[in-house]
Ligand binder design. Structure first.
Ligand code: NAD
Length: 489
């Protein structure tokens, strides 16, 4: 596609480079199945060079100790990203299949607009402050609490929100004074390599501080979890891969920061205004359901179950999906053939285990190209069944009936995940009291939204370790040092 400004080179040690062996891999548009271009297929040697560069930049430059310089460089990056917005936007849609509509918000603009937050925090954060004085063995003592950059950060990202999640890693990690090796998902390399190009061409960020190593080979990224020169791995992706990252990181007792999967429950209490709120249940298909925090289980009260299903079915039939470049569409394709097959497998599995297909359930007949799956409404889902327990990561809503409030809370918490969720009731007080009992990192009550750059986002249980964004997210990238000094007599 001539109008896409894809960057095929990796950024390693301050240079935009091809792979060490010259290899490339195809970047495929999931809506058209066409190759939109190629990307350097980073090798293990490239990863080694990138880690060495990041190590040297951390140990031998003033990047980690000069917050004012970091603020200046990150402000340059903010400006470069703002200027590049209209070039990045079509890349997100072309390589991730993300609806163009979403690039006005969470797939592009929101995260570019958030970047000044990190630049400012780099300069304004209080890295050193006194603690209260103490007595030790009868002698007065003073203490200083210092926060310092952790070191070399390995950042591994998924394909579902490629630009947003790369920036979510780079912003705080760099602002806190770390050096970074970013390894994007092979399905969406250009969102990362384009950022690498901006860093190289438009900022004074020293060589080695930011490295971008795209590769078709997951094993290249896996080096970040085991290499002793890397101090922290920040990973966003599936819980299965998160386990592998954590296991590999254990040999060097590396810090791990994990943002993993979800299976969030949307509890509709029996007094909720169904006509008003249930149509929003279909928005779980936004971006073909490829969002970790989407509320993919809907819990409906048994007494109003059929009434609820009817409203949901109508909303599913109306959900606009198809060509993601069409600004009227909420849903595009799955990112790859593999993901399409995975979603279809889960729908079959759901049916096998007793679920009823109320809407969708297959590949849309009217779309001859692209990795699409119809918006799918599964009813009568058993809360213990595979589709209620495992992350489908597709345009599928699982509807589960419940008996009473206790039952709803029990079903919502019956999960290895704990990322997000929702509660709706005519009474905010009642909804809030249920929300307080749900074991998840974020929750929406009566449709209230929690997302912003200063919202600490992350999960309970196997949805992850740590919180991304906000001051808490920034502090994930800092070490803690306490210095004792003799007290004044
Ligand atoms: P994935 O786990 O397959 O891949 C994520 C990244 O890990 C990719 O860059 C991949 O190349 C890399 N990778 C694969 N194997 C690896 C290994 N052994 N060691 C190191 N890196 C390895 O996930 P995905 O399919 O790309 O993304 C979808 C998943 O991401 C979903 O489960 C979703 O819920 C999750 N996700 C979570 C959040 C969150 O913040 N909690 C946000 C977005 C996506």
């Amino acid at each position: 596609m001539a109008d896409l400004d894809g960057e095929k080179r990796n950024l390693i040690d301050g240079q935009l480079v091809d792979a060490s062996n010259g290899a490339t891999f195809d970047n495929i548009n999931p809506a058209t199945e066409e190759v939109i271009g190629v990307c350097a297929d980073g090798t293990k040697e490239d990863m080694d060079t990138a880690i060495a560069a990041a190590r040297r930049a951390f140990d031998e430059t003033s990047w980690s100790t000069d917050p004012a310089f970091r603020q200046k460089c990150l402000s340059q990056l903010c400006e470069a990203l703002s200027e590049a917005k209209e070039r990045l936007r079509p890349i997100v849609t072309a390589e991730a299949g993300a609806p163009a509509l979403l690039t006005n918000g969470v797939q592009c603009d929101s995260y570019i607009d958030c970047m000044p937050y990190w630049a400012n925090l780099a300069g304004s954060y209080e890295y050193e402050k006194p603690m209260s004085d103490i007595q030790f063995m009868g002698q007065p003592q003073r203490r200083l609490l210092r926060r310092e950059a952790t070191g070399v950060v390995g950042a591994i990202t998924p394909w579902n929100f490629p630009l947003a999640l790369n920036l979510t890693k780079l912003g705080p990690a760099l602002a806190a004074g770390n050096t970074v090796v970013l390894k994007p998902a092979p399905d969406t390399p250009w969102c990362a390599t384009h950022i690498g190009r901006l860093v190289h061409e438009k900022t004074d960020i020293p060589a080695g501080v930011v490295n971008v190593v795209a590769s078709a080979d997951h094993a290249v990224g896996a080096i970040l979890s085991s290499d002793p020169r890397v101090d922290l791995v920040t990973f966003t992706g599936s819980t299965a891969t998160g386990r592998r990252v954590m296991e590999a990181a254990s040999a060097t007792i590396k810090k791990v920061f994990l943002e993993l999967g979800g299976k969030s429950a949307n509890i509709i209490l029996d007094d909720a205004p169904f006509e008003q709120v249930l149509p929003f249940g279909a928005t779980v298909c936004t971006h073909a359901g490829q969002g970790c925090a989407l509320q993919t289980r809907m819990l409906l009260p048994r007494a109003r179950y059929e009434e609820g299903l009817e409203i949901l079915a109508a909303a599913f039939e109306k959900l606009p999906y198809g060509d993601p470049t069409d600004p009227g569409k909420l849903m595009g394709p799955l990112v790859s053939k593999k993901q399409q097959e995975r979603v279809l497998y889960y729908i079959e599995k759901g049916i096998e285990e007793g679920a009823r297909v109320v809407s969708g359930g297959g590949v849309p007949a009217h779309l001859s190209k692209g990795f699409f799956v119809e918006p799918t409404l599964l009813a009568d889902v058993d809360p213990d069944s595979t589709v209620a327990q495992e992350e489908i990561f597709g345009p599928v809503l699982c509807v589960i009936p419940y008996e009473d409030e206790e039952d709803a809370v029990r079903i919502a918490n019956n999960s290895i995940y704990g990322l997000s969720g929702g509660v709706t009731s005519a009474s905010e007080e009642r909804a809030l009291s249920v929300a307080r009992r749900i074991r998840t990192g974020t929750l929406s009550v009566n449709g209230g939204q929690w997302y912003d750059v200063d919202t600490p986002f992350g999960g309970y249980r196997q949805s992850g370790i740590g919180r991304e964004s906000g001051v808490l997210g920034f502090e994930e990238y800092l070490e803690t040092k306490v210095i004792g000094l003799p007290g004044k007599q």
